[in-house]
Write a protein that binds this ligand. Sequence first.
Ligand code: AKB
Length: 321
Amino acid sequence: MKNVLIIGSTGQIGSELTLKLRGLYPEGSIVAGYIPGFEPEGDLLESGPAAEVNVVDAKQIAEAVAKYDIDTIYNLAALLSATAEKYPLKAWDIQMNGLINILEVAREKGCAVFTPSSIGSFGPSTPHKDTPQDTIQRPTSMYGVTKVATELLSDYYFHKYGVDTRSVRFPGLISYKTLPGGGTTDYAVEIYYAAVKGEEFVCPIAEGTLMDMMYMPDALKAAVDIMEADASRLLHRNSFNIASMSFAPEDVFAAIRRQIPDARMRYEVDPVRQAIADSWPDNMDDSCARAEWGWKPSYDLDGMTADMIAHLREKLCTEAI
Ligand code: AKB
């Protein structure tokens, strides 16, 4: 990787990944792609180039790739699962028409492409415990449909045209920097904000609902390491299960309470998010990622909780001043 275009650079993953890549590849152009209304600000704006790139506009993608001599594209534009249920056609447009625009430019210009998949690519008929790398993928949400299609289309471009497509299936991602929006796993971020602010958390996901989750530093490491992996070792490409922790709402609440004993939570289950959560794995088996490119996470629930609370205390206190 040298010159990289991040499409969706101001989102939950992009805002952190762009800065990480600029730190790792200071000699290259790490271009923050954005759409109007979501312009980069602060560090993201000041530390490197930015370009207006809407994933559904093939010309904008081609222009940015040509201008900066891009060799790698991170395709992070997506509507998350709950929003995609509200706007299924828009989700299809962004996730599928956007992807084919990127793959076509990548085919012509020889770029490598990372497009994340998700625990959302699985469905009710998938084995929920230790979900294998290669298994049934029959999701019932539009988000899931687009994620399975993304995996298949990315493999198709690799096998047919030799485009270097690679990906991981992200769990719910937890970070103190940029908020997610419209996901089923967002509760696992919001619960920390509520606890640090001293507010009662109203949980939209039912007690006992297990889902894979991951702290952002591990997710960023995965996104970099998979693109740097030795291609000859990769038996899979699109897309690898990666895992670090699996928990239900009561587990993360208990972890927070060990540090903030007066944290409060009650349940008010959102049926749309709950149906999606029930269809997803309890925990994925990530042994292929470990064997093929050395995947190894650093954070467990207690380690993440300590770090989240410390950073949120600092952030929310600074914002209040
Ligand atoms: C969502 O909840 O939609 C995402 C995901 C797990 O892909 N965070």
